[in-house]
Design a protein around this ligand. Structure first.
Ligand SMILES: NC(=O)c1ccc[n+]([C@@H]2O[C@H](COP(=O)([O-])OP(=O)(O)OC[C@H]3O[C@@H](n4cnc5c(N)ncnc54)[C@H](OP(=O)(O)O)[C@@H]3O)[C@@H](O)[C@H]2O)c1
Length: 269
């Protein structure tokens, strides 16, 4: 057990049908949490939910949710609250990436990335927040990316959507105040071995369909999930995970001129 504070907690994970979200569901299940699992692929979610019960989840429910269908999100939140009563931890994990030069990327692709990653996440969080304020307790954990902290070739729309999440949630944390009972955490992974590059959109909006080398050699999602649970329990505001790519955050901060030359030459796939 990582931390007893997750036992019986009601934890809602978006993007739980695959990758990091699935690994988080398994990790919280081992802690005895009540799980609410969302994504679009409900068949995959049902399989994750069944596995979570095997692993020790107190309960495991599936709610279909499309982060791009903003008008439908408050209705899904109302259904979840009717069944669960309250949400202790919301994990905003669902999202899509991009693999295309800015000059080759259609505006509709830019908008799709913002719709799913930014507006969907913010719409869901704003619908969950009033309940947390009422109970004066809650934790909103949002998975952004290392490219939420710096820009990188082939990721213009994706990096923009993830930077925007930092702007929103840093502001919300400031509004809630430093000792607020509602905590806001931003999680910035580097390369994690999931389906992210296969599902990433190219300039014309089609999926890339292939695994990037860096992603294929990245950190295991189960390993990321273990580290994340530890840091969520600590109440961290922001955390970085991955291999040597994490250093880029500090290079951008402390030697920005050097970083700008380095990232322009980086062979990012
Ligand atoms: N893997 C990495 O290297 C990496 C690095 C940094 C950040 N991240 C972030 O980590 C998060 C999880 O990604 P992953 O690596 O686990 O990739 P993944 O295996 O492709 O999983 C993405 C998840 O997001 C869900 N999703 C996609 N579009 C959605 C939509 N419109 N509405 C609702 N859910 C949607 C997918 O479910 P459905 O298709 O069933 O809807 C899936 O469960 C993303 O926010 C990603 O940006 C990943």
């Amino acid at each position: 057990m990582v931390h007893p504070s997750f036992k019986e907690k009601r934890i809602w994970i978006t993007g739980a049908s695959s990758g990091i979200g699935e690994a988080l569901a398994h990790a919280f299940a081992r802690e005895g949490a009540h799980l609410i699992l969302s994504a679009r692929n409900t068949d995959a979610l049902q399989q994750v939910a069944a596995k979570c019960l095997e692993l020790g989840a107190a309960s495991s429910e599936v709610y279909a949710l499309d982060l791009a269908q903003h008008a439908a999100i408050p209705g899904v939140v109302a259904q979840v609250l009717k069944s669960a009563g309250k949400i202790d931890i919301l994990i905003n994990n669902g999202g899509i990436s991009q693999r295309s030069l800015a000059k080759d990327t259609g505006i509709d692709v830019d908008k799709r990335l913002m719709d799913v990653n930014y507006h969907g996440t913010v719409t869901l969080s704003k619908a969950v927040l009033p309940g947390m304020l009422l109970h004066q307790l809650g934790h909103i954990v949002t998975i952004t990316s290392l490219v939420g902290k710096f820009g990188s070739p082939l990721r213009s729309s994706y990096a923009a959507s993830k930077h925007a999440l930092h702007g929103f949630f840093d502001s919300l944390r400031a509004e809630l105040g430093p000792d607020a009972p509602i905590k806001i955490m931003l999680v910035c992974p580097g390369f994690i071995r999931t389906e992210i590059s296969k599902n990433a959109l190219t300039g014309d909006g089609s999926k890339q369909g292939t695994m990037d080398n860096a992603t294929g050699q990245g950190m295991e999602p189960s390993s990321l999930a273990r580290k994340m649970l530890r840091d969520i329990a600590k109440g961290k505001n922001e955390a970085y995970y991955g291999g040597k790519e994490v250093l880029a955050v500090y290079l951008k901060r402390f030697v920005p001129g050097y970083f700008a030359r380095m990232i322009a030459k980086a062979k990012v796939t």
